[in-house]
Design a protein around this ligand. Structure first.
Ligand code: UDP
Length: 310
């Protein structure tokens, strides 16, 4: 098959390029490199089954030849990135998703939309099931991302209902691993970067807010199961083990053999207090469940950050 991976030079997109190439597929990777990086795909540039095109999907997409699947991973995704690029984030989720669906329709390809647990906002129920409609501030600092992904989901459902395209929506919960940018502002790269520099861990608020962290390899396997499945979703993909930020800091300090020193900073506005996926649907429909525990995944991620910092 020939896959179009949009946002293919980003953290998740680039791992998906590798995975589909390994499976023998051809990959066309589109990215405007706003937060993605050529470093993530440079090892594939000489592969004849891989093609990179620098393009902003907020503008119409033209690709020659057949495309069997369109996988849309394009968007700034860390709170620091989307606060820096709020308009680009809204454009890629709206115009970008529309253009991505347009090419899927023109090529008669199946379509996968990478949505996010952020559609649940600051959830009032835990764990979050796909049937939960969320608690999102439509005008808050995170709204450029949350609402753009919610709009993307609405667009995908409209294309499914109107044009009968085989669409799929995945809701990705916090994921970490190699190829995250050390300065992307998310908590895992922040803590590892701070540990490697032997400076205190920055804790926003009291540090009792929770997240559930999924290792990238588990996520990629889940995405692949969705691509080859008959389901349309939305389906949650993540890891259900929930940790407070203080617990995460303790774990990283232990693994990096540095003392646990904390520097408290104000909690960003609308920062969700809890987040944990209910994976019953993924388990039943895809026979998928994450396997890598946080400690093992962190060890691999720490190795990666040590390596790129050399
Ligand atoms: N956080 C923190 N210290 C940091 C970075 C983040 O305490 O240096 C907290 C942040 O307030 C949030 C959680 O860690 O509650 C996860 O933040 P992240 O940016 O990784 O992703 P989010 O799940 O909020 O999109």
């Amino acid at each position: 098959m020939r896959a179009l991976i949009i946002g293919g030079a980003g953290f998740v997109g680039s791992h998906l390029c590798d995975f589909l190439l390994d499976k023998g597929h051809n990959v066309v990777c589109l990215d405007n490199l706003i937060t993605g990086s050529l470093d993530n795909i440079s090892h594939n540039l000489k592969n004849k089954r891989f093609k990179f095109i620098k393009h902003d999907i907020s503008k119409p997409i033209k690709i020659s030849g057949r495309i069997d699947m369109v996988l849309n991973f394009a968007s700034p995704a860390s709170p620091i990135d989307y606060s820096k690029y709020p308009i680009e984030t809204l454009k890629v989720g709206s115009l970008g998703t529309l253009n991505a669906l347009g090419i899927a329709r023109a090529k008669k390809a199946r379509f996968l939309m990478a949505s996010t647990s952020e559609v649940y906002g600051d959830p009032k129920v835990s764990p979050q099931k796909e049937s939960y409609w969320g608690n999102v501030n439509p005008i808050g600092l995170r709204s450029c991302y949350d609402e753009s992904k919610r709009f993307s989901e609405a667009l995908v459902m409209a294309y499914l209902r109107t044009h009968k395209i085989d669409t799929k929506i995945i809701r990705i919960f916090n994921t970490y691993g190699p190829r995250m940018r050390i300065n992307d502002g998310r908590v895992v790269p922040n803590f590892i970067g701070q540990a490697l520099k032997k400076i205190p861990f920055t804790i926003y608020g009291k540090g009792d807010q929770t997240r559930s962290f999924c290792y990238i390899d588990d996520l990629i396997l889940g995405i692949y199961r969705v691509i080859i499945s008959r389901i349309h979703g939305p389906v949650n993909l993540g890891n259900p083990s929930e940790f407070t930020m203080i617990e995460l800091a303790k774990l990283v300090s232990g693994l990096c053999s540095v003392p646990l020193k904390l520097k408290y900073k104000p909690l960003p506005k609308d920062d969700p207090k809890i987040r944990r996926p209910d994976l019953s649907y993924a388990k039943a429909a895809l026979k998928w469940y994450p396997k890598v525990d946080l400690k093992d995944g962190l060890i691999k991620t720490i190795e990666y950050f040590k390596y790129v910092q050399k």
